[in-house]
Write a protein that binds this ligand. Structure first.
Ligand SMILES: [Zn+2]
Ligand SMILES: [Zn+2]
Length: 349
């Protein structure tokens, strides 16, 4: 089969490799569509040494949809059949540690230990390939009304939903999303779906135009001061919940400044540098900062929201490439060519 193999930082190609075999409680799936994630760029660039991945070479990709081809031992008893249409997510956690048994498997305490924990496309082989093997924990059935394009985006959409839930969004409240990339736009969708009264996206460029087309209020940070704008549009009070989706380490300080008393700030963008913020304001105004890592149970929750049209995925798809043109697809995504947002890889099915 074909697979996108990264042999060392910034060195990758589409190679012919053996089709993997499913082990106990695993499924072999035919990948129909996969999409490129911001994290893929950082992995390719070798920014998480000895972690994502723990060793090279590495098969990239963790956002995908396809169909079940073959069942590993035990999968049939868990209800799986060849031909099932599925979407994948990256975490296959141990299921035994305290975090796993309390439902927070995204924080598995056996992270990265071979045989106990896999994060596909990060520390285990991923889905930029014709076939992929996943644990039954990491695949979710999709209804016929959701096509493979959208299904391949359910993983990041579930992460957006997890982000919004971490911020404990209350009905009618004002949510601010910092960053108008794919994750920011998905978080905006989920915030509206969960009852935000106002959703304000702060960003720049063509992505911000897209944010406005999708019905969000917008702040162009190239022309306006973000903190002043948020304060003035909320009667001086600040935002109830702020979602930091840009990964800019300076954004956290601005978020604390722009937060209403008692507000929550959920951070999904992974900054490459340390960050500082006004600690006194955090203490005296009881502002909460919450980290967000991937998703934990939201794959099953995002499906009905997408089906109901409450979370729109299609408008975020800007480009499509066949799998063998991965190099072009990667460069279009990484360089934001032509306002690229979600770039879809197709295996030809
Ligand atoms: Zn991702
Ligand atoms: Zn665990």
């Amino acid at each position: 089969m074909r697979a996108v193999v990264v042999s060392s930082p910034n060195v990758f190609s589409v190679q012919d490799i053996d089709v993997p075999r499913p082990g106990p409680n695993e499924l072999l799936c035919r990948v129909h569509r996969a999409t490129i994630c911001g994290t893929d760029v950082h992995i390719v660039q070798g920014e998480y040494p000895n972690f994502w991945p723990q060793e090279w070479p590495h098969i990239l990709g963790h956002e995908w949809a396809g169909e079940v081809i073959a069942l590993g031992q035990g999968s049939e008893a868990l209800g799986w059949r060849p031909g099932d249409r599925v979407a994948g997510t990256s975490h296959a956690a141990c299921g035994f540690c305290r975090k796993c048994v309390t439902g927070r498997y995204n924080l598995c305490e056996n992270f990265g230990i071979k045989g106990l924990h896999s994060q596909y496309g990060h520390n285990a082989p991923g889905a930029f390939a014709d076939y992929v093997v996943h644990s039954v924990k990491s695949v979710f059935r999709i209804p016929d009304a959701i096509g493979y394009d959208e299904a391949a985006m359910l993983d990041p959409a579930a992460i957006a939903l997890h982000t919004v839930k971490r911020g404990r969004l209350e009905p009618g409240s004002t949510a601010v999303v910092i960053g108008a990339g794919v994750m920011g736009l998905l978080v905006a969708e989920c915030a509206r779906a969960l009852g935000a009264g106002r959703v304000i996206v702060a960003g720049r460029g063509q992505r911000l135009v897209k944010a406005e087309e999708l019905g969000n209020e917008v702040i162009d940070v190239t022309r306006l001061d973000m903190v002043d704008s948020i304060r003035s549009t909320t009667g001086g009070l600040g935002a109830d919940v702020i979602y930091e989706c840009s990964g800019d380490p300076n954004a956290l300080g601005s978020a604390v400044e722009a937060a209403r008393k008692g507000a929550r700030i959920a951070v999904i963008g992974i900054p490459q540098l340390e960050s500082s913020f006004p600690l006194r304001r955090l203490v005296l105004d009881e502002i909460e900062i919450l980290g967000v890592r991937a998703s934990a149970g939201e794959m099953a929750e995002i499906v009905p929201l997408v089906l109901a049209g409450m979370v729109r995925l299609q408008p975020l798809i800007t480009h499509r490439f066949p799998l063998e043109d991965f190099s072009d697809a990667f460069s279009v995504f990484k360089n934001r060519t032509d306002g690229s947002l979600k770039v879809i890889l197709s295996t030809g099915l």
